[in-house]
Design a protein around this ligand. Structure first.
Ligand code: HEC
Ligand code: HEC
Length: 295
């Protein structure tokens, strides 16, 4: 009997030891995946213009790209999640106390927005740069020009921290930084001339892909627990006025509401009539379903 218990004891001890080694390995791997510096191809960043038309366009783009959804109404920063795997903080973007604005260069802004890489060289988590990577140089420059003018707000926040559980999850591939989803080598898009055209709609629709999928035919939302981001082919059955109303008021033609927490219509809905018309025209060209899938 005793020997049996002894063997069970050794067996359990061995399992616990193996598990500890395994978790430590995941922890170490996850820690380096979440914090290792990202190397980017060097690229020239167009200097940000500062004329009033560019600033107004930049403000419009910052608004429609939902920066304030996470970084706060005045971009003063916010704690997004304080959970067992991580403390996730969208930093204060202003030049005020605790803000990054004062020390940020044009190149830093470009890398954070289009590549998902922070000033420290670390890949960013949650920050949806995969949806911003498409921005063409002129649009990006206008955004940066505007971001450099936002009023200072003093708001000191703790930095984002990936906790041991988060590191283990990252080591197991369940949590990652956003830079890995972006093709950094890809030549930046040149935006078609802005206007109510299918081409401009296709360009702007890149913004929708992080949630609705690369083909816009539906995808799981990046945030756990969020509703599925449905196929945008449904818009083919809507009138343009219905689409514009849904984007501006968050109410679908049937009367059901879109949850702004997961489908940020209160930001996207600030698009101009021209931008929404372009999107509407482009969405009309989507196939009803993926090849081989029935509707
Ligand atoms: C879905 C939420 C979300 C949205 C939308 C978002 N951000 Fe972020 N952003 C974050 C989070 C979270 C971080 C910090 C990530 C980290 O520390 O790993 C961050 C980090 C940053 C950083 C700091 C990089 C550094 O040096 O540490 C900048 C700059 C930034 N965001 C700008 C923007 C701009 C500009 C927009 C709009 C175009 C935007 N963000 C939209 C969540 C968001
Ligand atoms: C942050 C994720 C996210 C982004 C970005 C996003 N959506 Fe959505 N969208 C959703 C989710 C989630 C739903 C479902 C919401 C619900 O059921 O409350 C949705 C629903 C919709 C619907 C309703 C579809 C239907 O059949 O009822 C339309 C239309 C829509 N989105 C258009 C857009 C367009 C156009 C863009 C880009 C300009 C966009 N969305 C960007 C997440 C997103």
């Amino acid at each position: 009997m005793n020997t049996v218990f002894k063997w069970i004891g050794i067996g359990l001890g061995g399992v616990v030891l193996l598990l500890a080694v395994f978790l430590t390995a995941l922890y170490v791997r996850g820690g380096s995946l979440m914090t290792e510096p990202v190397s980017l191809p060097s690229e020239a960043v167009a200097a940000a213009p500062a004329d009033s038309a560019a600033l107004a366009w930049g403000q419009h783009l910052v608004q429609t790209h939902a920066c304030s959804h996470c970084h706060g109404a005045q971009l003063e920063g916010a704690i997004l999640a304080d959970a067992p795997p991580f403390l996730m903080v969208a930093p204060n973007l202003t030049p005020g106390q605790g803000g990054i604005g004062a020390t940020y260069t044009d190149a830093d802004w470009e890398r954070a927005i289009r590549h998902g890489v922070g000033q420290s060289g670390r890949g960013l988590a949650i920050m949806p740069s995969d949806a911003f990577a498409y921005l063409d140089d002129r649009e990006l420059a206008a955004m940066v020009a505007y971001l450099k003018t936002i009023p200072a707000v003093d708001h000191v926040l703790p930095p984002t921290s990936i906790r041991p559980l988060g590191r283990i999850l990252a080591g197991a591939g369940q949590l990652s930084t956003i830079d890995g989803l972006i093709d950094h080598e890809r030549a930046h898009q040149t935006a078609p001339p802005p206007g109510p055209t299918v081409a401009f709609g296709a360009y702007r629709a890149h913004l929708c892909k992080a949630c609705h999928g690369q083909d816009l035919l539906g995808a799981p939302h990046p945030e756990p627990g969020a509703p599925y981001s449905p196929s945008l082919a449904s818009v083919k059955g809507w009138t343009e006025a219905e689409f514009v109303a849904a984007m501006r008021t968050g109410t679908r033609p049937g009367g059901t509401a879109l949850d702004d927490k997961y489908m940020p219509w209160s930001s996207l809905g600030h698009m101009t009539d021209e931008e929404l018309r372009a999107l509407y025209l482009y969405l009309q060209t989507l196939p009803d379903a993926r090849p081989g899938e029935s509707v």
